[in-house]
Ligand binder design. Sequence first.
Ligand SMILES: [Zn+2]
Length: 288
Amino acid sequence: MKLDAAIAYARHGIPVLPVHTPDLGGSCSCGRPDCDRPGKHPRLRHGLREASADPHTVHKWWSRWPDANIGLRTGVAMDVADVDSLEGWHGLRHVLDGAMPQGPQVRTGGGGWHFWFSPLGYGNRVHVIPGVDWRGDGGYVLAPPSRHASGTTYYWVVRPGIPLPSAPAALEELIAGPEPPQSTTALGSATIAHPDRYAAVALETETERVAHAPAGSRNDTLNRAAFALGRLIGAGLLEEGLVTRELTAAAAWSGLGRTETVRTIRSGLSAGRLFRCRGVTAGCGRRW
Ligand SMILES: [Zn+2]
């Protein structure tokens, strides 16, 4: 049943990835006793980057793991408004002047809702409004008939048709802006758009390290990576939004919880930036 569904998504051009499965007791097929995202993180070593819309590849994966939850990469064939609470539902309704989206709608196993739209071209946005995250380029969602750790199953309230609806303008406005804070270094946006090779390699190395950190050292690894990359942000070699997105995705693959991830990245990055300021006290404007 999951195999058929996974292949159907792939045939509609949606990159699919096999995700771990929660058992009836709520623990995770990854086997880590401290897994804090049971049934929600990818089974593949390279996670999202291995997502595939090739039906043969998908068939191979679900033959190997027939019970794997179905992850769908967003930002390719669809974007998703991920509403995780009643607060989010009411917030979205408020933003949309009382009219909920008419397109495809999933009831999630966790008691939330997913609304599908044609891709907007933006990346993930956490807390677009309280209780609502946007899953765009570089993100993924679980899809029916995946199972949630609570024991319930994701199901369609409104099945997708073609074409998908556009995101409502009021929602797009929130997703599009305001712009994340820009670096104020003299190096300018050309450097930021094309980080030099050292910075690019550092970003790749650190995110790999975070993605594959063994249980028990994940938060520490994330903190060190954020600190190291924060120094490069301070030097104007990397853009903060990009680093935050990459580290967040890597932490998610490793199984680290979202709250801890956000907190650790924030403190690691700012410590890294401050460290760099120590050497250039003049004009730094920070407490060093
Ligand atoms: Zn797990």
